[in-house]
Ligand binder design. Structure first.
Ligand code: 13P
Length: 238
């Protein structure tokens, strides 16, 4: 399974380094079988001495190799650190940073041409959820405009906006329904994100079609993130 941590705007370079070392030590000791991803802030990217099943990735980039885009980070800056996995379409970028679907698609195409793994995030806000599942799916399918759903290194993360950072997790039935409908049209692995915690991860990972999780707040401690990796390992042993 894919167990991913999104640091968002947290952690310094030094703290990220400590976190990565601690998680790798844990995975070596427990012989974890999980695919772990850590999306660190751009200032904390580095050439980490990574084990094959753990990768540090980028939360964002501008769709250019380099150039004159003051304040932005292009692929040349990611390639310096051998970044092989990126997040695209996260709801905080869509809603807070006002990224358009057009810019998101440009980022996607750029990352696809670079052949890096893409965790592509989709999800509906509260007012759409209130309209029912058909409205939710119509909203989500629009978020695939301009996106090549057949890209081999694509992973989809379903993250309902109302469940992110709120402590409100979508119900198992809601997650199952959305993942099931996505799976009818997509062959990419499907993750869930939105208030995943140590005490609900087992239940979430057990949902049909769920291949992993993308975790924010609850993943920011080594202890909690290790417990989540352990929970996935335990489930696979059952
Ligand atoms: P929380 O786990 O804090 O709800 O955040 C989820 C998320 O946005 C992961 O990308």
């Amino acid at each position: 399974m894919i167990i991913a941590s999104n640091f968002k705007t947290n952690y310094t370079r030094a703290k990220t380094d400590d976190f990565v070392i601690a998680i790798q030590d844990f995975m070596r000791t427990t012989r974890s079988k999980q695919q772990v991803r850590i999306y660190a802030p751009a200032t904390a990217l580095d050439l980490f001495d990574e084990i094959p099943s753990l990768h540090v990735g980028a939360q964002n980039f501008y769709p250019t190799q380099n150039g004159s885009y003051t304040g932005e980070i292009g692929f040349e800056q990611l390639e310096e650190f051998a970044i092989d996995t990126v997040l695209i379409g996260h709801s905080e970028r869509r809603h807070i940073l006002k990224e358009s679907q057009d810019l998101i698609a440009q980022k996607f195409n750029f990352a696809q041409a670079k052949n890096v793994e893409i965790i592509y995030c989709v999800g509906e806000p509260k007012e759409i959820r209130a309209l029912g599942i058909d409205a939710v799916m119509a909203y989500i399918w629009e978020q695939f405009e301009g996106i090549d759903i057949n890209y081999e290194r694509l992973v989809i993360a379903y993250e309902p906006v109302w469940a992110i950072g709120t402590g409100l997790t979508a119900s198992d039935d809601d997650i199952k329904e959305v993942l099931g409908r996505l799976d009818e049209k997509l062959s990419a692995p499907l993750l869930y994100g939105g208030s995943v915690k140590v005490d609900n991860i087992k239940e979430i990972l057990s949902i049909d079609k769920c291949s992993g999780v993308l975790v924010g707040t609850a993943s920011w401690s080594v202890e909690a993130f290790s417990s989540m990796i352990q929970a996935a390992d335990n489930l696979e042993k059952q």
